[in-house]
Design a protein around this ligand. Structure first.
Ligand SMILES: [Zn+2]
Length: 151
């Protein structure tokens, strides 16, 4: 089974970057963790997720990967290398908002649901069934692909 992550509240940008790559990254809201960081750890363990954090107090726990860098790009790189995730990278497959897996949608079905210009110029579409956000392959993805080749 693919590695899944629980991402600490101070690493919101990292959570988003991982989702961009199609990697399962659940994000912890500050209010949950502020109460008790160990509860976050417990939840990671129970749900078979690796807890990504920069909290040095949690460094020694086996279900934790301590994130060294402050830069999202270097953080992603550390994770990809640590877990050997190069082959797991599947951009355009996960919702950036809610971490849900995207479902591909036929072009005919997105008519009126995405901006007209996008409808006219794109062919591949996907949708998040949870928040109903639509995704398409665009410039953003092209830039991302270039970035991915660096990992
Ligand atoms: Zn969503």
């Amino acid at each position: 089974m693919a590695v899944r992550f629980l991402v600490d509240f101070m690493l919101g940008k990292l959570a988003r970057e991982l989702r961009v790559l199609g990697i399962d990254a659940l994000y912890i809201e500050k209010k949950d963790l502020a109460a008790n960081p160990l509860s976050a750890l417990k939840s990671a363990k129970q749900t078979d997720r690796i807890f990504l954090t920069r909290n040095t107090k949690l460094k020694a726990y086996p279900e934790v990967l301590f994130i060294r860098s402050e830069k999202a790009e270097e953080q992603v790189s550390q994770i990809i290398k640590h877990f050997n995730l190069q082959k797991e990278i599947k951009p355009f497959t996960r919702c950036l908002r809610c971490n849900q897996k995207l479902v591909s949608v036929a072009k005919d079905d997105v008519k009126g649901k995405v901006p007209f210009y996008i409808f006219q110029t794109k062919d591949k579409f996907a949708c998040c069934l949870k928040c109903e956000k639509y995704y398409w392959e665009g410039t953003h993805l092209k830039n991302m692909r270039q970035k991915i080749t660096k990992y």
